[in-house]
Design a binder for this molecule. Structure first.
Ligand SMILES: NC(=O)c1ccc[n+]([C@@H]2O[C@H](COP(=O)([O-])OP(=O)(O)OC[C@H]3O[C@@H](n4cnc5c(N)ncnc54)[C@H](OP(=O)(O)O)[C@@H]3O)[C@@H](O)[C@H]2O)c1
Length: 240
């Protein structure tokens, strides 16, 4: 966390499931940066879905973090087998109305999960955080979300590191003096997709943030588009 803050990161993704909310918050404090400067996201886990459980889970997350609010609270997975997303969303609306979650959203929601949510609530999720990288570009979801004012956010943006050896990304990067990871992250920024790359190494944390001093051309963006191959690394949201 300290290295990331030093490198200019101001957006942190955590979740109750990861059991690192306390250490993430400790890292922010140790970095000596004001709480207001960092955008902190956490998430309610599947077994805590439902109105009352979610309210309790949120309290537990805030206690772990030691903050009085989070900037974004997400439903971690739609978990359709439970059928509790609507009730869970009602709890998130309450948390937002109380100011304890500045904004609320979802994660791993497919268009039909978002449609179901819209049947029970007029509050549109601010964000949908999904697996998205050059090998799983989620174009249908991109169109669906942009048409409804939902910001897409990419998890595993580097396909868990797989983009590193990609020849197309390498070739594009060479033209700009950048590596495949930087090309991938720049591509997302140009598409308006928020992104949360992870590394535990200081040098990579720093280099992954060096994406604001070059731009990909339309031809390069189109070339990147050809890498899409339904390369999902995580579970499908309908079956998890
Ligand atoms: N909402 C959800 O359901 C969900 C699911 C999964 C993940 N997430 C979120 O998404 C974040 C990122 O996802 P992720 O960790 O699965 O995948 P990722 O960010 O796509 O990839 C991380 C991997 O890439 C390596 N890496 C990072 N920078 C590199 C570089 N410059 N050169 C070479 N290798 C590099 C890392 O290794 P080192 O660490 O060794 O550098 C690590 O093995 C997570 O931290 C989590 O917050 C959300």
């Amino acid at each position: 966390m300290r290295w990331a803050i030093e490198a200019g990161y101001r957006h942190v993704d955590t979740a109750a499931l990861y059991r690192n909310e306390a250490s993430v918050a400790a890292g922010i404090r140790a970095a000596g940066v004001a709480r207001e400067e960092v955008f902190v996201t956490t998430k309610v886990w599947n077994t805590d879905q439902g109105y009352d459980r979610t309210m309790r889970a949120f309290d537990a997350s805030l206690r772990e973090l030691g903050f009085d609010h989070v900037d974004l609270y997400l439903i971690h997975w739609p978990s359709p087998a439970q059928g509790l997303a609507g009730e869970t969303w009602r709890a998130l609306e309450r948390l937002r109305d109380d100011g304890r979650a500045r904004s609320i959203g979802v994660s791993n929601f497919e268009p039909h999960h978002l449609d179901q949510l819209a049947e029970t609530s007029d509050v549109v999720p601010s964000v949908n955080q999904v697996e998205l990288h050059p090998y799983l570009q989620q174009r249908h979801l991109q169109d669906y979300c942009s048409g409804r004012g939902i910001r897409l956010e990419a998890w595993s943006p580097l396909a868990k590191g797989a983009v590193v050896g990609d020849p197309v990304l390498s070739r594009i990067g060479t033209r700009h003096g950048k590596d495949p990871v930087q090309v991938t992250l720049r591509w997302m920024l140009q598409l308006g997709i928020a992104t949360i790359p992870k590394s535990v190494r200081r040098s990579r944390i720093a280099s992954n943030a060096e994406v604001y001093d070059f731009a990909l051309s339309d031809d390069e963006l189109a070339e990147l588009g050809t890498l899409d191959r339904n390369g999902r690394t995580g579970p499908h949201p309908d079956r998890f």
